[in-house]
Ligand binder design. Structure first.
Ligand SMILES: Cc1cc2nc3c(=O)[nH]c(=O)nc-3n(C[C@H](O)[C@H](O)[C@H](O)COP(=O)(O)O)c2cc1C
Length: 326
């Protein structure tokens, strides 16, 4: 079976394996690492359109896409069309290769304001947001939605058609409903129904943690690409494992201890560039357990790495623990 590289509007990607936007997780260091390890399109966490239009230009610089990150999708969340259009234009000025609109966030504060998953209940408003953004920016525009508001709903199909008519270039479906949040198996039948309802590319997301999961989603739903979220945290190699499996039918082995240690150290160095050493060492403690998933002695390793007080100590300890003798 051939899994073609994905194109979104005029943007041709190297494969059909993409990163999911995740607040607090899809940070710039993570995006840079993912690009180096086979992710065809990275994604930054959602940004409030209301915040963006009120922000100072200097504050917006935090969202700038750096040279080594491209191609990257930047995502906005909100519900007021004029504000969304303005915010979209700002993110494109900051280097977004794709402008994504969040239509799936289930968080109450966002939904109450009419944004995120609430847009699934108002396809006319959602379509007007997309049409406004399409008229303003010259990069591909995508939307990321849920499989529905709750089980059995038809919102995803209705919304997908409305967005296609409004000119959206691709749709991502997190194949769980708003009420599922992040639990449960992906609803591949809903993904299939969305794919059958439109002729633009459809990207499937939800619950992929192995190359076999990716193949199941692609073949059972007919979707054009897959988006990986939580499984990539601490395992950026998942992008190249899936891409290689889709291209050759063979899965590369897991990373060696040395690769794991060096990637952990690089992640910390990239974080230091952003935050300075003192803050980065503390922030990085959140990332450490992810790098130790499934490793013998993970608990003790976590304690030692999390109590390290400097970048040099984290680096030395990581090499000792993960790549002894190298
Ligand atoms: C901590 C966290 C933050 C998230 N933030 C966003 C976000 O900013 N925008 C968005 O569209 N989805 C967000 N999501 C949803 C993910 O993009 C993705 O749809 C979801 O995790 C399902 O994919 P997975 O099962 O591969 O993790 C978030 C998910 C998590 C766990």
């Amino acid at each position: 079976m051939v899994f073609a590289p994905l194109h979104i509007g005029k943007l041709q990607l190297a494969s059909c394996v993409l990163m999911a936007p995740m607040v607090g997780l899809s940070t710039r260091p993570f995006r840079i690492l993912a690009r180096r390890h086979g992710c065809a399109l990275t994604a930054a966490e959602m940004v409030s359109s209301e915040y963006l239009v009120r922000s100072e230009p200097s504050d917006r610089e935090a969202h700038r896409v750096l040279e080594e990150e491209h191609p990257t999708a930047l995502q906005i969340v909100g519900a007021r069309p004029a504000v969304m259009v303005e915010a979209a234009a700002m993110l494109v000025d900051l280097g977004a290769d794709v402008l994504d609109v969040n239509m799936g966030c289930p968080v109450r504060r966002i939904v109450k304001g009419g944004g995120g998953a609430a847009l699934m209940k108002d396809p006319a408003l959602a379509a007007s947001i997309i049409a406004g953004i399409k008229a303003r920016v010259d990069v591909p525009v995508t939307a990321k939605m849920r499989a529905g508001w709750e089980h059995g709903g038809q919102e995803a199909i209705v919304l997908a058609r409305a967005l296609e008519d409004a000119g959206v270039d691709a749709i991502t479906v997190h194949a769980r409903t708003r009420e599922d949040r992040h639990r449960g198996a992906p609803l591949l039948c809903v993904l299939r129904a969305v794919k059958d309802a439109v002729s633009i590319p459809v990207i499937g997301n939800g619950g992929i943690s192995t190359p076999a999961d990716a193949v199941t989603m692609l073949t059972r739903s007919g979707c054009d690409g897959v988006m990986i979220g939580r499984a990539a945290v601490g395992d950026v190699w998942i992008f190249e494992r899936i891409a290689a499996f889709l291209a050759t039918g063979r899965e590369p082995g897991p990373p060696s201890g040395e690769t794991r240690a060096e990637t952990l150290c690089l992640h910390l160095r990239l974080l230091i560039e952003e935050e300075g050493e003192k803050k980065a060492v503390i922030l990085f403690r959140k990332c450490i357990p992810h790098y130790l998933k499934g490793i013998p002695g993970a608990r003790e390793a976590r304690q030692r790495l999390c109590s390290a007080g400097s970048a040099e100590e984290v680096t030395r300890t990581a090499r000792q623990l993960l790549a002894p003798g190298s």
